[in-house]
Design a protein around this ligand. Structure first.
Ligand SMILES: *[C@@H]1O[C@H](CO)[C@@H](O)[C@H](O)[C@H]1NC(C)=O
Ligand SMILES: *[C@@H]1O[C@H](CO)[C@@H](O)[C@H](O)[C@H]1NC(C)=O
Ligand SMILES: *[C@@H]1O[C@H](CO)[C@@H](O)[C@H](O)[C@H]1NC(C)=O
Ligand SMILES: *[C@@H]1O[C@H](CO)[C@@H](O)[C@H](O)[C@H]1NC(C)=O
Ligand SMILES: *[C@@H]1O[C@H](CO)[C@@H](O)[C@H](O)[C@H]1NC(C)=O
Ligand SMILES: *[C@@H]1O[C@H](CO)[C@@H](O)[C@H](O)[C@H]1NC(C)=O
Length: 334
């Protein structure tokens, strides 16, 4: 499926699909946290902001900042609000009002906002399950006014499969049509283009090529990515190659690895997790924060749970974000 995506020679050259340097990169200001806290292990939450940490921003799939980071100034660790999905009344502007209030009442310098999370996937796969027309209506109501206030806004973050781009182009057409109603022709406006990826490095580069072909002048944010359910060596290779790639590409503005959790609750496989079963940073976790490796095996530690499924690192049903990865795995035939 991945190889069916056409990639021009020019694009391939532009993306430099050559072997990257052996050692992975150190700290990067592009790096952020996808914050997926778990009530049973609140002691892990502060790990991401302990010094030294290369992380400069975070999102939590929600509209409001996470209280646990209240002490950390927005200028050091930027909260980026997200409107996860769309309610049946697409003229609902709760999101817009919340962000305005964060800025005006709470004095938080919100400079970027994320729109819908995997609207192209159904709820059972963790997507927000929104059709392009409803998404366009909600986007025009909530995000166009934010742009006018100077907040930079991202297009919806589609899942890592070719259908995501089809959804996105449909969305852009619908959004442009709404903005052009009864007046001169206008294009849907946005500031950056987020997307997700689960799979190997070649697939990631190919998917990036597809986005580059459609959005040749735009900045990208990779707001969820990892290689799921692979051995430790392959997972670490993928981590180093993708981090080096994102840091090198000028049009990749930000990225956030999906993996800020313990290996025993990971739904992307234990080796992709940034913490072992006891909440110690693994090599990848430490590298991501810009620190030297710890040598901690993701599978090590006693863990908190007695469940056999957890010990085997099997996917946990019922989490908000689980489906993303399951869907990616299904779609990619992983
Ligand atoms: C990945 O990068 C780190 C440094 O960031 C380095 O220590 C490690 O050896 C690299 N691993 C591989 C498999 O290249
Ligand atoms: C409006 O949207 C917010 C999320 O932004 C949601 O919590 C709320 O339930 C929605 N209201 C209605 C009436 O659907
Ligand atoms: C808000 O943050 C932006 C980007 O970091 C900065 O340029 C701007 O000066 C800040 N505004 C305020 C009021 O602090
Ligand atoms: C809309 O975007 C297209 C493609 O980038 C461009 O050719 C066209 O001039 C734009 N239209 C307006 C009204 O800005
Ligand atoms: C791992 O975490 C446990 C529990 O917090 C701690 O006691 C231990 O010292 C840590 N081990 C390493 C190698 O950091
Ligand atoms: C939170 O952790 C517990 C075990 O410590 C686990 O049972 C539960 O599934 C986790 N929740 C999520 C959403 O991963």
């Amino acid at each position: 499926m991945i190889s069916s995506i056409p990639l021009s020679a020019t694009l391939l050259a532009a993306l430099s699909l050559t072997a990257p340097a052996l050692a992975g990169p150190l700290a990067s200001p592009k790096r952020g946290l996808v914050f997926t806290p778990n009530n049973t292990t609140p002691e892990d939450d502060k790990i991401w902001v302990q010094s030294p940490s290369s992380l400069t921003w975070y999102y939590n799939y929600g509209e409001s900042p996470s209280a646990v980071f209240d002490e950390v100034p927005q200028s050091k660790f930027e909260f980026v609000p997200m409107m996860w999905g769309v309610s049946p009344d697409t003229s609902n502007i709760t999101f817009l009002n919340t962000v305005k209030s964060l800025i005006k009442d709470k004095g938080i310098n919100i400079t970027h906002a994320l729109s819908f999370n995997e609207p192209d996937l159904s709820w059972e796969y963790g997507g927000s399950n929104v059709d392009p027309e409803s998404a366009a209506q909600a986007y025009v109501k909530n995000f166009i006014p934010l742009r006018k206030m100077g907040v930079k806004v991202g297009l919806p973050a589609c899942a890592g499969h070719p259908e995501g781009l089809v959804w996105l182009q449909d969305f852009l057409d619908k959004c442009s049509a709404i903005l052009s109603e009864g007046g001169s022709k206008k294009n849907c406006s946005y500031d950056f283009v987020p997307f997700h990826w689960y799979g190997n490095f070649e697939g990631l580069a190919s998917h990036m090529g597809s986005y580059s072909a459609v959005f040749p002048k735009d900045k990208f944010w990779i707001t969820e990515y990892n290689i799921n359910n692979q051995d430790l060596g392959s997972t670490q290779d993928f981590y180093n190659m993708s981090a080096e790639y994102f840091d090198r590409l000028e049009f990749v503005e930000r990225y956030s690895l999906f993996g800020a959790f313990r290996s025993d609750v990971s739904n992307v496989g234990a080796n992709a997790a940034m913490l072992n079963r006891d909440g110690n940073l693994t090599d990848i976790g430490a590298w991501y924060l810009g620190r030297p490796g710890t040598g901690v095996d993701p599978l090590s530690g006693a863990g908190k749970s007695k469940s056999a499924a957890l010990r085997l690192g099997l996917p946990q049903l019922g989490s908000v974000w689980l489906g993303t990865v399951v869907a990616a795995a299904v779609l990619l035939g992983a």
